[in-house]
Design a protein around this ligand. Structure first.
Ligand SMILES: C[S@@+](CC[C@H](N)C(=O)[O-])C[C@H]1O[C@@H](n2cnc3c(N)ncnc32)[C@H](O)[C@@H]1O
Length: 358
């Protein structure tokens, strides 16, 4: 019996719970090894090489055999890679490769596993915050912008052809003819770089306060020889554009703000009279009980606690957290003066809602 509630647990429940904890431990460990497989190119190499032993795989990926063999141990015992003891050969089934490699048409989930390691890096700082409050600065997350950009390439760049642009009727035609677009907290700027490439008559501006991310964004634009995009290093809570942009986008960029209410109000001011705000933000409810049973809830609260909430708190901010939820998002959009707000979900991106506001 639970000491503070009336839920009665049977011995079988306790046994099942122990099994579930064991599964969590194994899955957490495997997630880190999947991240390593992604970063070292091992999944691609195994897929391309076909059935092979650890030495052949290490050679084809240009890696150390002893480490590759241990990695194969995790992959084999977790059911990701198949092993034939009679030949000593390992293989990656095509059906698994479609979810773990960069093969054409693959939905690469291996990249997502990098979050576990990125967050693991700051565990001690987060433990300190549990004792003393405060937060963790962006600078503590060594690979944050790289992993974020890779993550967004999947959901946003991939999503431009999977319904994002169609959410706003007539938008594509406007982009073809030429409009002004602002991307708030653009990170490494891939989203508007892609739009700038597709729509040369439109003008794009990306703003982020990370020097590292904006420098990378500028390098990408110049390498691609795209001149209708510019990037600014600036704090979006201090933006003073007025009545200037026909479309403003914020991809996964409002909930972790220090002062999200001011940022939303700055966005409203920066929009032209018939301008549109497209906000992609985490799909969750503001009420924890409604998030129970949703497939990504534990991940969302973890990323929030170990990054989104804590980077905001570190700046003396609100610390909304990634699970601020649809209810609060709609209230805050309303408070900032937006009207006609619509919320959409797209099948390619189960982690986010898409809000259209005018
Ligand atoms: C979760 S990331 C999203 C980045 C990008 N939109 C994407 O989808 O890849 C949030 C971004 O917000 C930026 N950011 C946070 N607070 C900011 C502020 N006050 N002004 C400008 N950028 C900010 C961070 O540097 C980071 O790049």
């Amino acid at each position: 019996m639970c000491s503070n509630c009336s839920i009665q647990l049977s011995p079988q429940d306790t046994e099942a719970f122990a099994g579930s904890l064991l599964g969590i431990l194994n899955n957490g460990a495997t997630a880190m090894m999947i991240s390593i497989g992604h970063r070292t190119g091992l999944f691609n190499a195994l897929h391309e090489t076909g059935a092979c032993n650890s030495e052949t795989l290490a050679n084809s990926a240009n890696l150390n055999e002893r480490y590759v063999r241990e990695w194969l141990g995790t992959m084999t015992t977790s059911g990701i890679v198949m092993y034939d003891p009679s030949t000593g050969l390992y293989s990656l089934p095509n059906e698994h490769a479609m979810l773990l490699t960069n093969a054409p048409d693959a939905t690469n989930m291996a990249g997502f596993m990098q979050w576990i390691s990125v967050l693991g890096d700051v565990e001690s700082e987060i433990v300190e915050c549990f004792h003393n409050g405060g937060g963790v600065p962006y600078s503590s997350y060594e690979r944050f912008h790289d992993v974020m950009a890779e993550h967004s390439d999947g959901t946003i760049l991939g999503g431009f052809d999977q319904g994002i642009l169609e959410l706003i009727p007539g938008l594509e035609q406007q982009l073809i003819e030429g409009i002004k677009v602002l991307d708030i907290a653009c990170g490494k700027g891939h989203a508007i770089l892609e739009l700038a490439r597709r729509y040369p008559n439109s003008q794009f501006v990306g703003v982020d306060f990370s020097e590292e991310a904006i420098n990378d964004a500028r390098i990408s634009a110049s390498a691609a020889d795209i001149s209708n995009v510019e990037y600014e290093i600036a704090d979006v809570s201090k933006l003073n554009y007025s009545n200037e942009f026909d479309l403003i986008t914020a991809f996964d960029a409002i909930h972790d703000q220090r002062d999200p209410a001011t940022v939303l109000s700055n966005i409203k001011n920066a929009m032209s009279n018939d301008g549109i705000f497209l906000m992609q933000d985490i799909a969750a409810s503001s009420n924890v009980e409604k998030n129970i049973g949703q497939p990504l809830s534990p991940l969302i609260y973890t990323i929030s606690c170990m990054h989104c909430m804590s980077v905001s708190l570190q700046q003396g901010g609100l610390g909304l957290g990634a699970a601020w939820g649809k209810e609060l998002a709609l209230t805050m959009l309303d408070d900032a003066g937006f009207v006609g707000v619509e919320t959409h979900d797209l099948p390619h991106d189960i982690m986010n809602h898409y809000y259209i506001a005018r």
